[in-house]
Write a protein that binds this ligand. Sequence first.
Ligand code: PLP
Length: 492
Amino acid sequence: MKYYSTRSANINLEATEAILKGISEDGGLFVPESIPKLPIPIEEFVGKDYRDTAFLVMKQFFTDMTDEELRACVDAAYDAKFDTPEIAPIKEADGDDYLELFHGKTIAFKDMALSILPHLMTTSAKKHGLNNEIVILTATSGDTGKAALAGFADVPGTRIIVFYPKNGVSKIQELQMVTEAGKNTYVVGITGNFDDAQTGVKKMFTDKELGERLAKAGFQFSSANSINIGRLIPQVAYYVYGYAKMRQQGIIAAGEEINVVVPTGNFGNILAASYAKKMGLPVKKLICASNQNKVLFDFFTTGTYDKNRPFYLSASPSMDILISSNLERLIYAVAGSPEKTKELMEKLSKEGSYSISKEMQEGLGDFYAGYATEEDTFSRIRSLYESCSYVIDPHTAVASHVCKQYKTETGDKTKCLIASTASPYKFPKSVIKAIKAEDAEQDDFALTKLLSSLSGVKIPEAVANLENAKILHDTVCETEEMQRIVEEHLKK
Ligand SMILES: *Cc1c(COP(=O)(O)O)cnc(C)c1O
């Protein structure tokens, strides 16, 4: 299986090379030459544990790794770091199934991929006799940052630098990052927003001169953002696993189709779901749920992607994104050529918008898009709590709202699997504001205790430990200073 750049036909690499590079030097993203089929019938996944499922799915994509290498990565990733042996359990509430992807170290779904990425990277580096230290540069809207820090902390041969929008993440999210103790970690707040952070990071990746200078000093950049196929592909596995769980629990019959609903920001998670569908998973609709930054909703309904609009800070900060990087892979799939993709992406970069043709739009029929306002989000948290005593986080609530909206609008009775992307404990203020507004003014730690008594779910260690953790990172810079900060840090 070769990996091509979305922007030129003459770059192609093995999976392990694409994992190491993160992003193609022409600014494109790596895509597999084709989406492989599941290696065994879906019914045979029923009853398999998470590791076996993940191994079988990833093996189809990472074909230049040996079984032993991949198995070692999977086993090192999906272990007791997760607080349940199921890794990704399913909870039924109000007729929908929530695939809880937040049982890892940092209680957000990013852990699912970021627990394995460092192992995929170091295995790839070994395979290619690479001696340079791998420097992970990451822009985060909140959850990627901590999950990447936790994944790479003290992994030999790696360093990680995380940029986050200083005023664009929750208190708990920020604390999780700035208290990170790994010796190879560096966390920096920027005065801009997530898109600024992401653009700054992308610029450094594609700066050839910078790359050469760093190579001389013994470093090589790589990315832990969801543009890395080493992050994208592991996410395909949990959709297969989730489907098999629904079968195992008798929620659906053999071969029955489901809809998958995903709260979407950078378009990585839902793209993984679309790969699962292409592999043969019985999925009918891929439901793309946006918050009030509904650039994707507008794109799917009009065919025009336009980031020239107000940017809102919402209660679902990990979805506060106007440039959904992974959409480029879908554009590539429907554009049919890297030249066309390149043209559209350059238009996006220069003018902030592009429109796709009618024919391309027809290629998007697997998707349905909806969005939730802030009010919709809060009211969904409250209504689900009141009807089922099930507490969801604001991101998951966006998906849950859009799921309801979809069913009302279409009358479709297909069972829905909702990607539950964060624990409510990561956003206690918003969650309490939704279900018990009169108490929402207390500090975050008092709120987590209240949340525990309301939901009956134990406070996860990831939050309990924060209260007394020491702040170890306090650098803040302007967007323009990001590169200087990186170069200075690497001199130390
Ligand atoms: C990152 C994140 C999302 C968005 O996922 P994408 O893959 O970027 O679309 C949604 N919810 C939570 C909690 C997240 O951390």
